[in-house]
Design a protein around this ligand. Structure first.
Ligand code: ADP
Length: 227
C-alpha cells in the first residue's frame, strides 16, 4: 500500500477547498545547502512511496530554464533590479502553469527548490526593490498559488560564501557581497516571522547528515498529518 496524497479522506475533495497534492518549497541563501537537502528529501520521499515531482526556480521547464541561463549568467552585466525581478517572475509564470499546478492538481508531492519567497528575499530585500513592487510583479505569475510548507535553511554569510566558492564558479547572483547576503537573510527572517505556520526554520550550520533529520521531520509533519 503506497502512501500518497490519494490517502486523504474523500471529504477533503468534496469541500473543494484545496488541491489533492502538496506543494513544498526549499528556501535559503546561496550556499545554505538547501539544494543538497532537497535532493536527499526527494530520494527519501520517493523511497517511502510518494509520487514526487522535483523542480527548481528559476527554471523547471524548458522555457523557464532558458530564462534561468540568462538571468544567472555571470557574464551578463548591467541588468537592472527591475529587469531581473521581471525575468524571475516570467520564468515562474511558465513554471506554475506547466509544472507546479498540474502536479499538485494530480495529487503529486511537488517539491521546488526556490519559489516566490526567493524573489521577496533577493529582489525586494537584497536588491532593495520594494516588497509591494515585487509582489505585484509576481501576482500574475503565481496566481494565488502558495506553498503548503516552506523549509528555510539559515546560515551565516561567511560559511555560505565558503560553500559557494567550494561549489565552483559563482553565478551572477552568487557574486554579490556580504551586505547583499545579509539583506537577503533579513528578508527571509521577516517572511518566516509573518507566516510561522508555513515556515520551518532549519539551522544550516551543521553537517549534511546532522541537518537531514530536521528536513525529514518537517516533511513528515505535513504529509503524515494529511494522509
Ligand atoms: P544552495 O542550494 O543552498 O546554494 P547547495 O546545496 O548547492 O546550496 O550547497 C552548496 C555547496 O555546499 C555544495 O558544494 C555542497 O556540497 C556543500 N554543502 C551542502 N550542505 C553542506 C553542509 N551541511 N556542510 C558543508 N557543505 C555543504
Amino acid at each position: 500500500d503506497r502512501p500518497g496524497c490519494s490517502r486523504r479522506t474523500s471529504t477533503d475533495h468534496l469541500v473543494g477547498a484545496r488541491d489533492p497534492g502538496y506543494f513544498i518549497t526549499f528556501e535559503g541563501g546561496d550556499g545554505s545547502g538547501k539544494s543538497t537537502q532537497f535532493s536527499l528529501a526527494r530520494d527519501y520521499l520517493t523511497r517511502r512511496g510518494w509520487d514526487v515531482i522535483a523542480s527548481r526556480e528559476p527554471g523547471g521547464c524548458p522555457i523557464a530554464e532558458k530564462i534561468r541561463d540568462f538571468v544567472l549568467d555571470a557574464d551578463v552585466e548591467g541588468m537592472t533590479a527591475e529587469c531581473e525581478a521581471l525575468l524571475y517572475a516570467a520564468a515562474r509564470a511558465q513554471h506554475v502553469r506547466e509544472v507546479i499546478r498540474p502536479a499538485v492538481a494530480a495529487g503529486k508531492l511537488m517539491l521546488c527548490d526556490r519559489f516566490l519567497d526567493s524573489s521577496i528575499a533577493f529582489q525586494a530585500y537584497g536588491r532593495e526593490l520594494t516588497e509591494p513592487a515585487v509582489r505585484q510583479i509576481n501576482a500574475l505569475a503565481v496566481d494565488k498559488l502558495s506553498p503548503d510548507l516552506t523549509l528555510l535553511y539559515l546560515l551565516d554569510a561567511k560559511t555560505a560564501r565558503e560553500r559557494v566558492l567550494r561549489g565552483g564558479a559563482p553565478d551572477r547572483i552568487e557574486r554579490e557581497g556580504d551586505a547583499f547576503v545579509g539583506r537577503v537573510r533579513r528578508g527571509y527572517e521577516a517572511l518566516a516571522q509573518r507566516e510561522p505556520d508555513r515556515f520551518v526554520l532549519i539551522d544550516a550550520a551543521r553537517s549534511i547528515e546532522e541537518i537531514f533529520p530536521d528536513t525529514a521531520r518537517a516533511l513528515s509533519g505535513l504529509i503524515d498529518r494529511g494522509s
